[in-house]
Write a protein that binds this ligand. Structure first.
Ligand SMILES: [Zn+2]
Length: 154
């Protein structure tokens, strides 16, 4: 599985890759070009960036200044990745694990608890996930991106 490191301008892209279940680290504030290159190399990640200079590294992947959706399309068509929604935390990139409904009773709003049956918890930051109303939108967007990529690679 290809892993990624996104530069500071690509926070939204990182979030969406995570929603697709793809391992995507995001450059923290204050990390300079050199430390990014080193991290990418050390952790065997593709360094995705809009910065020409920064992309000049073995693992560099330069993307044009286009929308997040288009950047995602480029990444999906270029690299061998498997999309597995709801496996990774969009906040911290850790894996999420399916947990029992009872275990989240005190941690989610009553309204959510009464209508949802399936919950996931991030193994890193503890964030709880469920397939709320926005989940359909997320899946639809992921499908749209993949479909576009399919069509353009034919
Ligand atoms: Zn998390």
């Amino acid at each position: 599985m290809t892993k990624f490191l996104l530069d500071r301008m690509l926070g939204q892209t990182a979030k969406w890759l995570r929603l697709m279940g793809i391992d995507a680290e995001y450059a923290s504030d204050g990390s300079d070009d050199d430390s990014l290159r080193k991290k990418a190399e050390r952790e065997d990640r593709i360094l995705v960036t809009r910065d020409k200079e920064l992309s000049k590294t073995e693992n560099g992947f330069l993307v044009p200044p286009v929308s997040t959706e288009e950047v995602l399309g480029k990444i999906i068509s270029e690299f061998d990745i498997e999309i597995k929604p709801l496996t990774r935390c969009s906040k911290c990139n850790s894996l999420v694990r399916s947990v029992s409904k009872e275990s989240v009773k005190d941690a989610v709003p009553d309204r959510v608890y009464s209508i949802q049956e399936d919950f996931w918890r991030c193994t890193g930051c503890g964030q709880i996930y469920w397939k709320g109303t926005h989940w359909e939108d997320i899946l639809a967007k992921i499908e749209r991106i993949c479909k576009k990529t399919d069509e353009s690679s034919r």
